[in-house]
Design a protein around this ligand. Structure first.
Ligand code: MG
Ligand code: ZN
Length: 256
C-alpha cells in the first residue's frame, strides 16, 4: 500500500476561488442570492452551483480566455515534482468546474494529472449547464471527495485542501495538509493534520515526511508532530451535513 495525494483545486492550487471569479465576471444578477442560500445552509453546493451556472453568459472563447489568466500557487510545480520523485500518484479532486481546471493546467504545462470535478457543459452560444458526475446520493456536494478518494483507499489518501469541500474527506483520509478553514475543522474533529500556508510550505512538509524518513506507512500512527492528537482514531464525522456554513473564499495565495 502506498500514499496517494488528493489535492483540492480552488484556494489550494489556485490562489482564489475560480468559480466565484467566473460568476462575478459573467453571471447575470441573481447568482449572489443563490450563494446566500448556500451560505445560510438552505441548499448544498451541488444545487447552488447548478443554479448559478444557469445564469452564466459567456462564449467558450471568452470563458477560456478569462479563466486561463487566473493565478495558481507558484509552489504547485514543486509539489508535482516531489510526487514524481517519490512515485506518489496525485489526483485533483475539486468541487469546482472541470473546464476551468483543465484550462489552467494546460496554460501551466501540466499534463496527465487526473481531475475529478463538476462538469461544465457548453450548450450553445453563451449558455452552459452543470452536471456532477462524481456526486453521491448521500452528499450535498457536487463532487463527493470521500466517494472519489474511496476508489484509491481512504486510509492511503493524503488530502491537501483549504475549505468546506474538503470537510467530507478530512475525517477519513489517512493524513491531511490543511489551510484556511480546514485547519480549524481538523482541530475541532481531531483529524491528523499539519497546517500549511501555501504549496511551497506543503511541499516542504511532504518532503520531510517522504524523503527524510519521517513517514510512515499509511494507517500507521507514527505522526508525532500533530499536537497531542491520537492519529487515526478520530471519531466519525457527519461530513455531509449542510450547516453550519464556514465559507472560505478568495483567501488568496499566502506567499511567505
Ligand atoms: Mg478549496
Ligand atoms: Zn461527500
Amino acid at each position: 500500500m502506498q500514499w496517494h495525494l488528493i489535492i483540492d483545486f480552488d484556494g489550494t492550487i489556485s490562489c482564489e476561488d475560480t468559480t466565484d471569479r467566473v460568476l462575478q465576471r459573467f453571471a447575470l444578477p441573481g447568482w449572489e442570492d443563490i450563494e446566500a442560500d448556500w451560505i445560510a445552509g438552505r441548499i448544498g453546493s451541488r444545487e447552488c452551483m447548478a443554479r448559478q451556472i444557469g445564469l452564466l453568459r459567456a462564449t467558450p472563447e471568452a470563458f477560456d480566455a478569462f479563466v486561463s489568466e487566473l493565478a495558481l500557487d507558484p509552489g504547485f510545480s514543486s509539489l508535482l515534482a516531489l510526487c514524481r520523485r517519490n512515485g506518489i500518484p496525485a489526483t485533483i479532486v475539486s468541487d469546482g468546474l472541470d473546464r476551468t481546471i483543465h484550462a489552467l493546467l494546460r496554460r501551466h504545462g501540466v499534463h496527465g494529472l487526473p481531475v475529478f470535478a463538476n462538469r461544465l457543459e457548453h450548450l450553445h452560444g453563451d449558455r452552459w449547464r452543470l452536471s456532477s458526475p462524481h456526486a453521491a446520493a448521500s452528499c450535498v456536494s457536487g463532487t463527493c471527495k470521500c466517494g472519489v478518494a474511496g476508489a484509491v483507499g481512504l486510509s492511503s489518501a493524503i488530502l491537501i485542501g483549504d475549505g468546506r469541500s474538503d470537510f467530507c474527506l478530512a475525517g477519513q483520509a489517512g493524513f491531511v495538509l490543511a489551510k484556511n478553514s480546514l485547519i480549524s475543522h481538523c482541530e475541532d474533529n481531531a483529524a491528523p493534520h499539519l497546517p500549511f500556508r501555501d504549496l511551497a510550505e506543503a511541499t516542504g512538509l511532504l518532503t520531510a515526511l517522504f524523503e527524510a524518513g519521517g513517514l510512515f506507512a499509511p494507517r500507521k500512527p507514527a505522526v508525532r508532530n500533530v499536537a497531542s492528537q491520537s492519529a487515526f482514531t478520530q471519531p466519525a464525522l457527519n461530513t455531509h451535513a449542510v450547516a453550519p456554513r464556514v465559507r472560505t473564499r478568495a483567501a488568496g495565495c499566502q506567499l511567505s
